[in-house]
Design a protein around this ligand. Structure first.
Ligand code: HEC
Length: 174
């Protein structure tokens, strides 16, 4: 009796950890906010990045990669989503504050940021610099601006698609 109980417990644990894995990014993550800037790659590197990107396409970015994406959007602006509200200009916060804001944005989708010590300031700067458009709750004022409470950032998906196309083109040219 005890044996069958413990073996079904083991089964349930395996099942649960299997489910958990599905929502996690595969280990070999390509962070497009970083790699999109790399233009000279050798054949092996192109193939590797392409394979990894295709494997991870369905997953939202990890916390570190999402944070980097948010920082990039703040520092460089964004014109990816083609929303009626238009583009987002660069520099709504200085780079130093962008890091703190990025940490805070992670909590809007219920995630633990890499730097929890940034949260108090990040929250303050978010409300002051970003809340006017994205709403202090991050939901984007009823769809007028991107919803930052989702784990999946639309711009990351678009960047991934574009990067896959670029890599395929690079592969053809080799
Ligand atoms: C004047 C309005 C405005 C302000 C202020 C603003 N944003 Fe945006 N934000 C936008 C718009 C519009 C877009 C969509 C841009 C595009 O087409 O890529 C956007 C896009 C984004 C995205 C990408 C969303 C996605 O799904 O890919 C992030 C992240 C973001 N903003 C974060 C911030 C943060 C953090 C701040 C404060 C430092 C901020 N924004 C300030 C209007 C604004």
């Amino acid at each position: 009796m005890l044996k069958s109980f413990s073996s079904s417990l083991v089964f349930i644990i395996i099942l649960l950890s299997g489910c958990d894995k599905k929502s996690e990014i595969p280990v070999a993550e390509v962070c497009v906010a970083e790699t999109s800037k790399k233009t000279s790659l050798n054949l092996k590197e192109i193939k590797k990045e392409l394979q990894q990107l295709q494997d991870e396409f369905a997953y939202p970015c990890s916390v570190t990669c999402c944070e980097l994406y948010i920082e990039t959007v703040i520092n460089e602006g964004s014109d990816m989503l083609k929303m009626p509200s238009g583009l987002m200009a660069e520099g709504y916060a200085i780079p130093e504050d962008a890091k703190k804001i990025a940490s805070y944005v992670m909590t809007l989708s219920g995630r633990e940021p890499t730097h929890p010590e940034f949260l108090t300031e990040g929250n303050l700067y978010f409300n002051g610099n970003c809340g006017g458009c994205h709403g202090n709750d991050g939901k984007g004022l009823g769809g007028a601006y991107p919803d930052l409470t989702l784990k999946e950032f639309k711009g990351v998906k678009i960047h991934k698609k574009m990067r896959i196309e670029t890599l395929k083109k690079m592969l053809k040219e080799k």
